[in-house]
Write a protein that binds this ligand. Sequence first.
Ligand SMILES: [Zn+2]
Length: 116
Amino acid sequence: MKCQHVEFPNLATRRNRQCQTILSKQVPTIDRFKLKFKLVYRFAGIRQQLKAFYNRPNFENFLRYWLNRTNFAEILSDIYDGQIWKSFKETNDENSLNFFRNETADSHLGLMINLD
Ligand SMILES: [Zn+2]
């Protein structure tokens, strides 16, 4: 199996050339073939990550950091300054409590997914 990624596919001067880096090879087994991957990326599940975070010293204090930080009215300097953080509800009911609040600061976590 080879990589089919094409860098700058809309570029007029280049033909669409695929990367073609080898990703895996077929390896024979006793009765058939299996794929042997060239690179294996480490992966830690969310539960495993959270367990590791909570085992760090003072992790809960870091979760309460946003409660005592200085706010500047017209400046967005962190996610805590945004409307989503300030108005995100616990449930779909608009009258429900805010998800991010003092009493639950060390147990209500917001997860963000970043892709590259
Ligand atoms: Zn590639």
